[in-house]
Design a protein around this ligand. Sequence first.
Ligand SMILES: Nc1ncnc2c1ncn2[C@@H]1O[C@H](COP(=O)(O)OP(=O)(O)OP(=O)(O)O)[C@@H](O)[C@H]1O
Ligand SMILES: [Mg+2]
Length: 584
Amino acid sequence: MSIRVLPDVLISQIAAGEVVERPAAALKEILENSLDAGATDIQVELEQGGIKRIKVSDNGGGIAHDELALALMRHATSKIASLADLEQVASLGFRGEALASIAAIARVQLSSRSADADHAWAVQVDGGQLAAPAPAARGIGTTLDIQDLFFNTPARRKFLKTDATEYAHCAETVRRLALARPDVAFSLAHNGRVQLRLNAEPAAARVRQVLGEAFESNTIAVEAAAAELRVSGWVIRPSAATGSRDSQHVFVNGRYVRDKLIVHALKEAYRDVLHHQLNPAYCLFIELPPDRVDVNVHPAKTEIRFRDSRGVHQFLFHAVERLLSTPVEGAAPVVQQASPLFNPFVVPQQTPMPLQVNEAMAFYAPLAAHPSSGAPLSLPVAASTEPAHDAPPLGYALAQLHGVYVLAQNAQGLVLIDMHAAHERVVYEKLKTALDARAVPAQTLLIPVALTVDARDAAEISPHLDQLRDIGFELSITSPTSVAVRAVPWLLRHADPVELTRSVLREIAEFGVARLLAERRNELLATLACHGAVRANRHLTLPEMNALLREMEATERAGQCNHGRPTWFQVSLKELDAMFMRGR
Ligand SMILES: Nc1ncnc2c1ncn2[C@@H]1O[C@H](COP(=O)(O)OP(=O)(O)OP(=O)(O)O)[C@@H](O)[C@H]1O
Ligand SMILES: [Mg+2]
């Protein structure tokens, strides 16, 4: 076959394969056009999942009579005129390709009226064949009515899923754009039934409408700026995260994007507070100058490229990580309100007793500074005259419940603490700090313990004994299948050395020493912390419990254990009063 130039309609049909792979993609293009045209009210009507019909009406600026045909032509756009414009592009569209692509594979009617026109005009295109514009009736704005998508490209039509699935994708598209533009009213109807109606509203209200109250009440607001970067929005509390990846919404300069770099930055920010099988949910709006991001890298414009991708990664990671690492989130500010005590029956200085250092040592000391540092243990001693509203955020311990929970009293009321989970976090953070400072003190065992191991494990660790010593484990290989443990990390000296060493060997077998000590380091420390943390059914004295509370207050991310479960709950006096129907 000789080389020939393809006819325009065929070119558009080929392009349509990339731009509009399904009804939701066509809908996205049309909605973006409406937003680019300055619409503040957009109505969407779908039939049969959008396959039969997609009709979008807006109240934007409209298209002039003599430009109607142009709007449907390939590479015809009002949004950019030069490469410089492309680099600064602030509109959602810029290629002049969407309408031409859609018109090549569907029956399209475009009717529009611009502000200065006496009446509207409509043009009809059937699979790329354009008819002459005819007068029509409508207010200022544009209506695009797309019927029988893919009617002339049956191969593509076959790839469509059920109406319900296609509808779900369309609805998701509307929801995303609605999140991006809370200032615009949207309505969505499917097969004649209204599915969604959103008025223009503040961003927080829109998020509640679109993502639900459960999302809103389980999230923390993000707001950070650095140089030319800004991020705002909401991220989920670690304790409310689920396995689903559906609720990850990111907008860059108002454009919905799926960006691996951003997903990674967020995953990293949650790494320490979330079990690896859970995914964070978030809705984030990132703003940066348009020339710092290339939006022209993907046919559907959902992928972008940042000029300074490292910078963006760092910025997002730190903004979110900082937010999640606040020690004892929420407690401190409430205490600062120092409201008069709610309950006249509260005896403020009931519980706190001066800590007896010796008694507290058994439990507390392993968490404290390395003994050789010579730093005196600074145990916060509660003066018995202290009024309760000056009490520390987590208050003072009252008792231990069933060997699992610590009960404490603070200014707001009752605090319930999962002692293992809380202690696990405290030990974990201390291990990390010690390792970062390259000072992991070891506790030499009085009598070394011997372990029978797999020959492969012994071979794997033998070249790395020095590195293991750096993290506090002193091991020696006593035979091809036995290892002697001579020292364990001092922070973990109360844990069972055999169990501890076995869990290190298990991780080494799976990941190898090098990976374990580099990228898997925190996972390893988390496992160790779990061994080192106080076990259920271990009796704690009040000073030990108080020591734990003070440690929690001083520890980053103390609100969740290493697996993302909450470590403590506040039950306020108000809630208790309500429980007992105490009116006052
Ligand atoms: N709802 C609308 N209101 C006003 N003008 C519109 C509307 N839809 C399309 N247009 C005009 O038609 C032109 C072509 O639209 P089309 O979507 O094909 O291209 P684009 O938006 O410029 O770029 P892209 O292909 O990236 O979407 C636009 O540049 C715009 O001038
Ligand atoms: Mg467009």
